[in-house]
Design a protein around this ligand. Sequence first.
Ligand SMILES: [Mn+2]
Length: 278
Amino acid sequence: MDDARLNLPFTGLVSFMRGPVCTDLSRLDADIAVLGVPTDEGTPWKPGSRFAPRKIREMSVRYAGFGPTQKQPGYYDIEEDRRYLEYERRYSRIVDCGDSDIIYTNVKMTFDNITRDVKRILKAGAFPVIIGGDHAITYPVVRAYEERLNVVHFDAHLDYVPFVHGVQWANGNPIRNVSQLKTCHHIIQTCRTHGHAGTISSRCPSSTGSAEPRSSIGYPLTSPCTCPLTSTSSTCRWSRVARRRSSMASPTTNCVRRSSRSRGAAKSSDSTWSRSTP
Ligand SMILES: [Mn+2]
């Protein structure tokens, strides 16, 4: 009987945390929807992150518990002295949606597939958790939202590179691409790289109204010892403690609106920016 299985981490079929699988997103019923986006064509240095969604699923089963023999689902955080995801795990509300279809060498089609899948997850009322892939995918993910939103970006880099040498949709561009979206309210970046500790900036394409925060995490953020294969390694990165402190801080306290003068300056420096959509 299946229910009697221990489902030890090295056995069985793999889905994210052994959750149910739903690849027909028109029938999705979930609170949290995990979607893989295995593309690394936006990587200028070390490719390979296209294999990350599968590997993360494989590692996630380590935290999936031991089937029905485990009375208390979810996991315990020793620092906060509380359990997380207990309800979601008990009632299978974390669903693995498989991967977006990747059309290699065709960024436009790949991005369209990502946006379509995220739109379907949002339509189903689930909270999307997207696993890349390189950081270029932030743009097609954020593009799926129809309501205004704030983007919180944790990274070693600003990823705000303008359109140069014909490159616009790579992993150095996503935050600038996101800033062009009408739905983007605030962008809050907490970045640290090359010894410039705690650089915090905010780009505010519009200035009124409220919006929900959504976060984007670039893996150069982590130190080389925990993630040596990230596509663009940087030294002097955030420690685990610094990341935790940053994520617990209120991002709005660090949000400084650009003055009209600096906004104008930014506009002129963006003059070569192509607005064509991939
Ligand atoms: Mn990045």
